[in-house]
Design a protein around this ligand. Structure first.
Ligand SMILES: [Zn+2]
Length: 377
C-alpha cells in the first residue's frame, strides 16, 4: 500500500509540538511523524502553509448538520450528510445524536448506526442517545412527554450496537442503580445530563456506572452554596469527564475556565451540540414539530429556550484559546480527551499505529483539511 503524507510548519501530536513536520500514513494507519526534510521524495505530500496539524477532532454531541436533523431523518445517509457538514469545521469523527424520541425511533437510530458502521461511512464513531431518560424539570428543548424511567426488560429489547460507541445521556437520579449498572455492563458509556439532582441523589453506587456529564452547566441543577446540585457533583467527581459547549452563549467563558481549573487533566472536553443549521444555508428547521430558528447566532424554539448550538468544532476551539486556555490544551479538549472519554485507544494522538485522523487548522484556527481513516477531505 502506498504511503501518503501531509505537512505543515507546526504539528501537535497530542503530546508535543514538532516544527516543519510531516505526518505519514499507510491505508488507515499512521506510520510516522518526521521532519519535512527527511521525507522521502517518493511519498506524495500535501503541504499546508501557515497551518498546524493536530489530532482529528471528535465531537460526541451532534444533533444535525448540512440542513438535516438526525431526529427527522434517522438514516445512514443522514449521518453521512451530518459528517460531511461538520468536516468543513474540522471534525473527523462524531456521534450523531438523537434527541429524546420514541422507543421505536431509538431502535431505528441504533440500526442506522450499525448500518453506517458496516458501510464505513467516514466519520461515524457510534451514536449518542440523549434521552428519553431525562428529568422533565430540565427538559431544555426536548419533548418531556417522551420521558420515562426504563427497566432492564425494555432496554433488552433494543438493538444495541455490535461495534462502535454508544453514549447515553440520562438523568441518573431517576434511573435505577441496577439499570445504570446493566447499561454500563453492555459497554454503553453513561453520561448524566438533563438532570435536576440534589447532590446526594447522585450516589457513589450510581456514579460508579456513570462516566461523564453532558453539556456541563446547561440543563442541570446549578451549583449553590447550600445546594451543590448536579453541577457540584459533576465538578467534584474526578473520574467523570464533563462536556461543555463553548459557543460563548450556552456557558459564560469564565464558567468554562472555572471548570477547567477544577476538573482533573483530561476531564473537560468540548462538544458543539450542533443542529441542522451548521454547514447549511437554512436558518430554520423542525424538531418534534416545533420550529427552531437561528436569531443573532442563537438557536431558539417557540418558547425562547436555547435549542442546541450553531457552531463548529474549529470555532469552539478558537473560542477557548481566546478565553485563555493554552492552544495545546484546547486542541486536546477537542481530540485527545473525547477519544479517551469514548474509550478509543487508537484516536486522539498522531502516533504510529493510531488511526490516520487529523485536523489541519490555519493559524487563525479555521479548518483547512481533515484526514479521516487515511483520506484527506
Ligand atoms: Zn441537551
Amino acid at each position: 500500500m502506498t504511503l501518503h503524507a501531509i505537512s505543515a510548519p507546526r504539528l501537535f501530536d497530542g503530546v508535543r509540538y514538532h516544527n516543519n513536520a510531516a505526518l505519514v500514513w499507510q491505508g488507515s494507519q499512521i506510520k510516522q511523524v518526521l521532519p519535512i526534510e527527511q521525507l522521502p521524495e517518493s511519498i506524495p505530500c500535501q503541504h499546508y502553509t501557515d497551518s498546524i496539524i493536530c489530532p482529528g477532532f471528535i465531537d460526541i454531541q451532534v444533533n444535525g448538520g448540512g440542513g438535516i436533523m438526525l431526529n427527522s431523518d434517522t438514516s445512514p445517509a443522514a449521518m453521512q450528510t451530518i459528517c460531511e457538514a461538520h468536516r468543513q469545521f474540522g471534525t473527523a469523527y462524531l456521534l450523531p445524536t438523537l434527541i429524546s424520541a420514541t422507543p421505536s425511533q431509538l431502535a431505528k437510530a441504533l440500526q442506522a448506526t450499525e448500518q453506517a458502521l458496516n458501510d464505513n461511512i467516514a466519520g461515524v464513531l457510534g451514536v449518542h442517545l440523549e434521552g428519553p431518560w431525562l428529568n422533565p424539570k430540565k427538559k431544555g428543548a426536548h419533548d418531556a412527554s417522551l420521558f420515562y424511567a426504563p427497566e432492564i426488560e425494555s432496554l433488552e429489547g433494543l438493538p444495541w450496537l455490535k461495534q462502535g460507541k454508544v453514549l447515553v445521556t440520562c438523568a441518573a437520579e431517576l434511573m435505577d442503580t441496577n439499570v445504570l449498572r446493566w447499561l454500563d455492563q453492555q459497554g454503553v458509556i453513561l453520561s448524566c445530563g438533563h438532570s435536576n439532582a440534589q447532590f446526594d441523589q447522585l450516589t457513589e453506587q450510581k456514579m460508579a456506572s456513570v462516566s461523564g456529564f453532558t453539556h456541563l452547566y446547561n440543563a442541570m441543577s446549578p451549583f449553590e452554596g447550600r445546594s451543590p446540585g448536579t453541577v457540584g457533583r459533576a465538578l467534584l467527581t474526578d473520574h467523570a469527564w464533563c462536556s461543555v459547549i463553548t459557543d460563548g452563549i450556552h456557558v459564560h467563558p469564565q464558567s468554562v475556565l472555572l471548570a477547567h481549573r477544577i476538573k482533573p487533566e483530561g476531564k473537560l472536553l468540548i462538544v458543539t451540540d450542533a443542529m441542522a443549521s451548521v454547514g447549511s444555508v437554512d436558518n430554520k428547521f423542525e424538531l418534534d414539530g416545533q420550529t427552531i430558528e437561528l436569531i443573532d447566532g442563537k438557536l431558539v424554539n417557540n418558547e425562547g429556550s436555547l435549542a442546541g448550538a450553531h457552531i463548529g468544532m474549529d470555532e469552539s476551539v478558537a473560542n477557548v484559546i481566546r478565553w485563555g486556555i493554552e492552544e495545546s490544551e484546547a486542541i486536546k479538549m477537542a481530540s485527545t480527551y473525547p477519544a479517551q472519554a469514548m474509550r478509543c485507544d487508537d484516536l486522539g494522538q498522531l502516533t504510529p499505529g493510531y488511526r490516520a485522523a487529523a485536523t489541519v487548522l490555519s493559524n487563525a484556527y479555521q479548518s483547512q483539511a481533515v484526514l479521516v481513516d487515511g483520506i484527506v477531505y
